[in-house]
Design a protein around this ligand. Structure first.
Ligand SMILES: Nc1ncnc2c1ncn2[C@@H]1O[C@H](COP(=O)(O)OP(=O)(O)OP(=O)(O)O)[C@@H](O)[C@H]1O
Length: 243
């Protein structure tokens, strides 16, 4: 579904993403990890059209994404959530999801139909009881679930999830991991997920891609990644560099 081939993104003299290759298939949950500054968010931004890749190709169902703007990439079926939940805090929970539903549409479905679809996504994440509350009244964990629902309401085939676990308790992270697995099993949407919380990503993904200094150093099952000496070395190097 998504094919990233030889993608490089530079900022001046810094190569943030360095000749990276990988694929994501239908109904896969794939993790993206790596030490701070490894290039994970830059890779997401390159896929999402925020930055054009300097080299390489990114195709989604055969369509080239390099050179497209973020809204064009979104309309092709790739949604994303942000590390700091970007919910509209002065709007209701339902209206937040409705924004996602309307944004994803090219055709002119009625607002009633969109509202019905938005309810379905609210029920999917279990926030229907809070539909008429302001998003600002939600806990951080619920705002992150809401951000996910907003992304899903655009009916993507792939969702890019950036560090949804940051700032949450272990049990809230577990709830979100379960939701992400249901995104695949119940909605058939693939998930590409950056996360620093290792337990969550190790237990909830089919496969993990590891970046270090912009380059891909592993692409394997969580069990294999856990035992990979190159991955351990990259993280140890990161700890030393930051201490
Ligand atoms: N807009 C930018 N301009 C210049 N340099 C940038 C820009 N965005 C990122 N970088 C640099 O690119 C490198 C990769 O950063 P990136 O944020 O992609 O890493 P990351 O793996 O997401 O890190 P973290 O885990 O800390 O979020 C870093 O050295 C960073 O300073």
């Amino acid at each position: 579904m998504l094919t990233v081939s030889n993608v490089t993104k530079r900022f001046g003299g810094l190569t943030a993403v360095d000749s990276v290759d990988f694929t994501i298939d239908d109904r896969e949950v794939v993790g993206l990890i790596g030490p701070n500054g490894a290039g994970k968010t830059t890779l997401f931004n390159t896929i999402a059209g925020v930055y054009p890749a300097d080299e390489g190709s990114i195709t989604f169902d055969g369509t080239e994404l390099v050179g497209r703007k973020p809204h064009q990439v979104a309309r092709l079926g790739i949604a994303r959530t942000f590390q700091t939940a970007r919910t509209f805090n002065e709007s209701t929970v339902l209206d937040n999801v409705l924004t996602g539903a309307v944004f994803g549409k090219d055709d002119a479905a009625s607002l009633d139909e969109e509202r019905e679809a938005a309810w379905e996504y609210l029920e999917f994440i279990g926030l229907e009881d809070q539909a008429h509350n302001l998003a600002s009244e939600l806990t951080l964990a619920d705002r992150k679930q809401l951000e996910l629902a907003k992304g899903l309401a655009s009916k993507p085939r792939l969702i890019l999830v950036d560090e949804i676990g940051s700032g949450l308790t272990p049990s809230e992270i577990q709830d979100l991991s379960r939701t992400l697995q249901r995104v695949r099993s119940e909605l058939g949407v693939s998930v590409f997920w950056i996360e620093h919380v290792m337990d969550a990503i190790m237990s909830a993904t089919d496969r993990i891609i590891v970046l270090n200094q912009g380059a891909k150093i592993a692409d394997a099952t969580p069990a294999e990644v856990r035992q990979d000496p190159h991955v351990a070395e990259a993280y140890l190097g990161g700890v030393e560099a930051s201490s």
